[in-house]
Design a binder for this molecule. Structure first.
Ligand code: MG
Length: 158
């Protein structure tokens, strides 16, 4: 078994949708980025790529490439999953934490887990998503952005 870690941060701005784990969440602001800026899905992709020592999402989906402008990160996660499969790996489990002062994410977590699990082709019970505030401290605490961290395990395909 191998494991990988992923971390990502995006800035919160006006006039953008807030997408986390493939789920659109009603909020006054959204995350800024070249793609849909789904910080949770990005952290998970980096954890998966890290587990097989295959670079990071910046390498595979460069933000200088117009192909990825406004990209649905769930489709990118599907592409990363396919890449793992091709290389002979299957995904074990994911555990992730979203750091956000607002909005309250708890009501949306079941749907995020379902969407992420479906994209990776694994059971929902193998995908954990947690959310925490940072007690008002720092940039995240000032609601300037949202961060996410994730760990993934993978095993060789039998
Ligand atoms: Mg990102």
């Amino acid at each position: 078994m191998r494991s990988g870690i992923g971390f990502d941060t995006h800035r919160l701005v006006d006039h953008r949708k807030l997408i986390l784990g493939g789920v659109e969440i009603p909020h006054s602001q959204g995350l800024l980025g070249h793609s849909d800026a789904d910080v949770l899905t990005h952290a998970i992709m980096d954890a998966l790529l890290g587990a097989i020592a295959d670079g990071d999402i910046g390498q595979h989906f460069p933000d200088t490439d117009p192909q990825w402008a406004g990209a649905d990160s769930i489709l990118l996660l599907k592409a990363v999953t396919a890449r793992l499969r091709e290389k002979g790996w299957q995904i074990g489990n994911i555990d992730a934490t979203v750091l956000a002062e607002r909005p309250k994410l708890m009501p949306h977590i079941p749907e995020m887990r379902n969407r992420l699990a479906e994209a990776m082709g694994i059971p929902t019970e193998n995908v954990s998503v947690k959310a925490t505030t940072v007690e008002g401290l720092g940039a995240i605490g000032r609601r300037e952005g949202i961060s996410a961290m994730a760990i993934a395990t993978v095993t060789p395909t039998p």
